[in-house]
Design a protein around this ligand. Structure first.
Ligand SMILES: Nc1nc2c(ncn2[C@@H]2O[C@H](COP(=O)(O)OP(=O)(O)OP(=O)(O)O)[C@@H](O)[C@H]2O)c(=O)[nH]1
Ligand SMILES: *[C@@H]1O[C@H](CO)[C@@H](O)[C@H](O)[C@H]1NC(C)=O
Ligand SMILES: *[C@@H]1O[C@H](CO)[C@@H](O)[C@H](O)[C@H]1NC(C)=O
Ligand SMILES: *[C@@H]1O[C@H](CO)[C@@H](O)[C@H](O)[C@H]1NC(C)=O
Length: 481
């Protein structure tokens, strides 16, 4: 799904009048204050414990600290290095996955979850948004799997933790994170009722239902949705943009706002129950269209979701190694040599032709000559800023036209051989390996409006201090500069 743009629209009216004049219900204020006091006492106690003890914690060399309550003063740390991490799931769940997720929740822990409903890169952004909202609400994010929306419906889903390095993410964020398969047994067929917030119907008028996701069915969750008020919208009453504000959504993770708006839930589809939004497992239907300040915020360097979560989502070491082996094979790197630095290109074609309007596809997509200009820009800046001469350029694309690929290799650029990737590793792996390669270069050239390009650019900038350019398209002159 291409990335739209509604630059320049600002939130002029922060609240609808119904909110300004809303009355707080006394009993919830009381419950709220009481739990706040409780939380303060617990955190005071916890922080005292932490600060009184010398920390053996060492992030830089990958050292792991034993959780406080497993340490024993007399014997100090006898747990093998790297065995246990402070934010491991075991400290936030009761035990191994159970048939009912509720049986595995710890009463003193609050959780947050949400579902995905688009292409893979959009879904990565959606999970980043969920984890960031977990930070804002001080809740443990519970992350689902990636579903094969554009890979093929018959393809099995893939775990978040098979793609992203979850232990490293927890350590870099200094926050816990659990995956659904750790909470609820994957093979459980127990259907569980759950009350969630319906964002979708509050931010757009075309569809009169919460956003559908195949994740809820896979988890056997029967959800009763409560519609959120429209003041969660970033641009109030503006029908052309469906973004909700992170801070507005966060307020529903707390007792006062929750109580105020917890009215008139919709019946769940299976058991036909009506439930208020769950207190312990806070959940929202769909968080793709969420931002702090500007729609489609991953385009911007200040994106808080990228800064506090996305940049810490590194690939698993196994996936990194696999992609490295593909790069080495493509470049013909010898066994006794290290992989040379490269400039990655991502050219998104395929269904992007749908946005060409009356322009013939040949004039609509950027030609190789235009892509080459941007590659030269990147080389130039790498030389000027970092003194680097980079000779290897690797193309990744969803294009299948062999003649087009011939014109790519005619430039001296390399392609990745995915002829047996699906057979060897499964249908998810061509796109995963390509995403790793796009993020692994010291330079990057991407396609305007592709979310896959946007995240690749962010990664090259955050992880490699690299240089990126985005190619505009749509008309022959689109990228004339
Ligand atoms: N192997 C490979 N597949 C690609 C590449 N670019 C796009 N694709 C495929 O095209 C799909 C992208 O289309 P969507 O799933 O609709 O969207 P998306 O993943 O959110 O990303 P964008 O459409 O680019 O914004 C990916 O899931 C891949 O299956 C690429 O460079 N390599
Ligand atoms: C999950 O459920 C399956 C099938 O009921 C069972 O064989 C397995 O042991 C369960 N796993 C755990 C961790 O309880
Ligand atoms: C690697 O091996 C090849 C052939 O064995 C040799 O020519 C080359 O100099 C070696 N390169 C390095 C960096 O050692
Ligand atoms: C394949 O690409 C070439 C060169 O870009 C173009 O001339 C040709 O029309 C394309 N073929 C198809 C079937 O799209």
């Amino acid at each position: 799904m291409p990335h739209g743009s509604t630059k320049g629209h600002r939130n002029m009216v922060p609240f609808d009048s119904d909110v300004l004049f809303a009355k707080l219900r006394r009993r919830y204020v009381f419950v709220g204050c009481f739990s706040l006091v409780g939380v303060s006492i617990i955190s005071l106690f916890a922080s005292t414990l932490w600060t009184l003890r010398p920390s053996t914690y060492a992030l830089a060399d990958g050292g792991m600290e034993t959780p406080q309550h497993l340490e024993n003063d007399a014997t100090t740390v006898s747990v093998p290095a790297q065995a246990v991490q402070r934010f491991d799931s075991q400290f936030y769940l009761r035990g191994p996955p159970t048939d009912r997720f509720r049986d595995n929740l710890r009463p003193e822990v609050k959780y947050i979850s949400s579902w995905i409903s688009a292409g893979w890169t959009n879904d990565v952004m959606t999970y980043i948004n969920l984890i960031y909202l977990g930070i804002l609400t001080d809740r443990v994010p519970v992350i689902g799997m990636f579903t094969p929306s554009h890979i093929g419906g018959h393809i099995p889903p893939i775990d978040f933790g098979e793609v992203f390095d979850v232990p490293r993410l927890r350590e870099l964020m200094q926050k816990p994170l659990v995956e659904w398969h750790e909470v609820k047994n994957r093979s459980s067929d127990v259907v569980e009722e759950l009350g969630c917030w319906n964002v979708w119907e509050a931010v757009q008028d075309r569809e009169h239902n919460p956003r559908a996701s195949s994740v809820t069915g896979r988890l056997n969750l029967d959800i009763s949705y409560t519609k959120l008020p429209t003041w969660i919208k970033l641009i109030p009453r503006y029908e052309h943009d469906p973004h909700a504000s992170f801070s507005a959504l966060a307020t529903f993770g707390f007792p006062e706002t929750r109580a105020e708006y917890s009215v008139d839930p919709r019946e769940s589809p299976q058991k036909h129950v009506k439930l208020p939004p769950d207190e312990q497992m806070l959940c929202y239907d769909y968080l793709y269209y969420t931002c702090a300040h500007q729609p489609y915020e991953y385009d911007y360097d200040y994106s808080p979701a990228w800064l506090f979560v996305g940049q810490y989502m590194h690939w698993t070491p196994w996936l990194e190694n696999l992609a490295d082996s593909y790069v080495r094979k493509a470049l013909g790197t010898q066994d006794n040599e290290s992989t040379p630095p490269w400039i990655g290109i991502h050219i998104r074609h395929g269904d992007f032709a749908d946005w060409c309007g009356g322009v013939p596809v040949a004039d609509c997509f950027a030609p190789i000559s235009v892509i080459k200009r941007r590659v030269e820009d990147v080389k130039q800046e790498l030389l000027e800023r970092k003194g680097l001469v980079v000779n290897h350029v690797i193309m990744t694309s969803d294009e299948r036209n062999a003649t087009w690929w011939e014109s790519v290799t005619a430039e001296g650029w390399y392609g990745i051989d995915h002829s047996n990737t699906v057979e060897l590793y499964g249908a998810w792996y061509p796109v995963l390996i390509d995403a790793v390669i796009q993020s692994g270069g010291v330079g990057f050239v991407g396609t305007d409006r592709s979310t896959m390009s946007i995240l690749a650019r962010r990664r090259v900038q955050s992880w490699r201090d690299g240089v990126a350019r985005i190619v505009k398209w749509g008309t022959p002159e689109a990228d004339n500069h």
